[in-house]
Design a protein. Structure first.
Length: 99
């Protein structure tokens, strides 16, 4: 698990990263598009590699509250369809395609 502190009450949490693949250090600022780690089969991942992203109101993913968030310029898999969105609020289980 990896988390990024945005401010006192907002943390991005990333799950299912490949062990030992983290490319950033604690306190390092990251930029859009910067590779921070590789996706792997950690935790209770399903049968395929994926990234679990969650915006939270704190560091504790079991006790802090999830926060709403938007993604921009993403392609989602919706059944057999693949739809491009300029702006979208994601929900649990939504699949963003890498392209």
């Amino acid at each position: 698990m990896f988390f990024k502190k945005h401010n006192e009450n907002e943390f991005s949490h990333l799950y299912h990263l490949l062990k030992g693949s983290c490319r950033v250090k604690v306190g390092e600022k990251v930029k859009t598009g910067q590779e921070i780690a590789k996706i792997g089969f950690s935790g209770s991942a399903t049968t395929y590699s994926h990234l679990h992203y969650q915006l939270m109101g704190g560091r504790d993913f079991l006790n802090d509250n999830p926060l709403p968030f938007k993604f921009f310029n993403v392609k989602l898999a919706l059944g057999q369809q693949k739809i491009m969105y300029n702006e979208v609020v994601l929900d649990t289980g939504d699949i963003i395609l890498h392209y």
